[in-house]
Each structure stands twice: as structure tokens, then as C-alpha cells.
Design a binder for this molecule. Sequence first.
Ligand code: SF4
Length: 231
Amino acid sequence: MNHRHILLSIFERMLQVYGPRKWWPAKTRFEVIVGAILTQNVSWKNVQIAINKLQKNGLLNLESMLSAETGKVAENIRSSRYYNQKAWRLKGFCQHVKERYNGSLDALFNNDMEILREELLGLKGIGKETADSILLYAGQKPTFVSDAYTKRFLDRFGLMDGNAGYDQIRNYFMQNLPTDVYIYNEYHALIDHHCHRICKVQPDCSSCSMKIIGEKLNCQFPEQAKQGSPG
Ligand code: SF4
């Protein structure tokens, strides 16, 4: 099985069916970073409410967020759950950029990708998915973002078993796809779209446009996913 061919065929099909997702939905790099930190364990709708509030109150930039009281930041992001903890995380990120890069995101993203990834992972509350989202969507660095949807997606196509770890999944995509920010950007966004709408916990195989490509590629959809479906 040629994994590069399979992954690119699935990508092209999703792009054709769903169209480009054009992530990340944000106007500035700082907004991407704030969104990536806030989106942990909460719906995007609630993140947007928090971002709009930060914007309205002049806190959606590094300097203002840094000089604001943590309680004030928390109050603005109340809709995003665990808001006190997330306020500290946002402030911690800002503090780090201020101290180490004089507040410059350009200087931050001038770093080598893997070195910067390790640095971000060393900050409180920034896990692998958040770090890779920041690197890819704010820093335009060629890293692949994985999440629960990605895991399910690979499992359903029989490309990797459901117990694969984060780095195993990230390496799988990065080793088999061209090193290309556009492809990594759209691929992650398309997987999320597909798994949110169609390939859900109970997959809607009867209306899935991907089953054709799965059959063509001889992908072995697992029995559970096959129930009630020709997938
Ligand atoms: S056919 Fe079913 S299991 Fe396969 S990708 Fe589509 S929804 Fe998921």
C-alpha cells in the first residue's frame, strides 16, 4: 500500500467535495494563537464569543493582554470554560514572547520549527495540538496538527489503529505527504469538517462522499463503521 498515494487521493477527494476550508478563521496571528489556546475542551462557537469580547474591549493584542489584570482577561473569556486557567495561559504566553522576543511574533516565528515546538510545549497549558496549531496556522510552519477526529479518520480508513499516539499520527502524515503548509493546513481542516459532519462517532455512511475513494483504494473500513453502510 502506497500511503503517499492514498493520503493524497483522500485529500483531493475531500477538497473536491467540501471545498477549501480556509483556516484559520482569524484576522491576525495573535488572534490565531488566542483561539488555539481557548479552543481546548470547548466548542468553537464559545471561543468566538470570547474572541469578540476581547476584540471589543481592546485586549486582542499582545501588549494590551499583558498589561491587563488576569481577572479582567478571565472575565472577557468566560464563555470558553476554565476561563481562569486559560487567562493565566494566555498571559503566560504573552509574558514569554515579551521577555524572550521583546514582544515580537516575527522574532518568535523566526525560530527553527522543531526548536520552537519544544519551546511552546514548555509553556504551561500548551499541549501538542495547541503548539502545532500555533506553528501551522499562525507561524506558517509545516507541521501537521492531529486531534481526536484525525485519529478516528485514520482508524476508519484502516490506515492506523485507534490507539496510535499524537506524535505517531503527526509523523505518519509528515513522512507521507509533501512538506507543504497549504496541504497540512487544508488537510487538518478537511478532516475536522468531514468527521464533525459525516464520519461521526455513529458514522453517516449512507451520505458519505468518501466511501467511493475508500473502496477504490481498498481501504478496510472497520466493522463498527460498516454497520448500516456500504463504506
Ligand atoms: S464511509 Fe462511513 S466510515 Fe467510511 S469515511 Fe464515510 S462515514 Fe466514515
